[in-house]
Design a binder for this molecule. Structure first.
Ligand SMILES: C[S@@+](CC[C@H](N)C(=O)[O-])C[C@H]1O[C@@H](n2cnc3c(N)ncnc32)[C@H](O)[C@@H]1O
Length: 209
């Protein structure tokens, strides 16, 4: 079992300057999706190769995974995919990175680290301050997707997001996936594992209003 990385470690306070959207993508004007905790990036590779009318950015706190994924992007000359290393919370808090929110249509949090112990909850990626920051920076209509197999974590994330009055739930029944960042419902690695092991999946979509 892998050792979880503590996102609150001071190692992640120093943020590297991140490239502009036109340095990251061939066409920076395309619809833009962000996946937080992208691990080795397989999910985004699958999406980017099929949906060439979207740009995909993965943010991941394990540096080696990001380096390998980004090398793969360059080798395969994929123009609509990019990976950034760091703690997503710190990257978004940096005022110099405001430009990320331009063209951003959606964000996914797929099976984030659960941090089961109560005293570790503050290491969870979705935090009230993080959601407040997103509510200030995201454009109206931007979507947030959450997915997990841990009910307690789902409740925590759902409650944290809904405690900000600028986000509301979208009923999955009314949601048109074909126009989303994931029209063919590509699965993440953790999701495939959860399905094979017949565990429950808890998921929700929110819209910034
Ligand atoms: C359980 S894994 C899930 C990976 C993938 N999303 C999936 O569904 O298969 C959670 C990932 O989030 C990353 N992570 C945790 N906290 C993070 C943070 N604050 N910023 C960026 N990545 C983070 C972890 O290193 C890990 O790769």
């Amino acid at each position: 079992m892998r050792q979880h990385v503590n996102p609150l470690s001071i190692n992640f306070n120093q943020i590297e300057k991140i490239p502009s959207l036109s340095e990251m993508f061939g066409d920076p004007k395309l619809n833009f999706h962000l996946d937080i905790g992208s691990a080795a990036g397989e999910f985004l590779f699958d999406l980017a190769l099929v949906n060439t009318s979207w740009n995909y950015l993965g943010i991941e706190i394990r540096e080696k995974l990001v380096k390998n994924a980004q090398l793969k992007v360059l080798k395969r000359e994929i123009k609509n995919l990019y990976f950034l290393f760091g703690n997503a919370n710190n990257i978004f808090n940096d005022v110099q990175n405001k430009f990320i929110f331009k063209n951003l249509k959606s964000i996914s949090f797929n099976f984030p680290d659960p941090w089961f112990k109560k005293r570790h909850y503050k290491r969870r990626v979705i935090q009230p301050e993080f959601i407040n920051m997103l509510s200030n920076k995201l454009q109206k209509g931007t979507l947030i997707f959450i997915k997990t197999d841990v009910k307690d974590l789902f409740d925590y994330m759902d409650c944290t997001i809904l405690s900000n009055f600028r986000f509301k739930r979208i009923d999955k029944k009314d949601f048109n996936y074909s126009e989303s960042f994931n029209p063919i419902k590509v699965k993440t690695n953790r999701e495939k594992y959860v399905i094979v092991n017949q565990l429950d999946i808890y998921e929700m979509i929110y819209i910034k209003i």
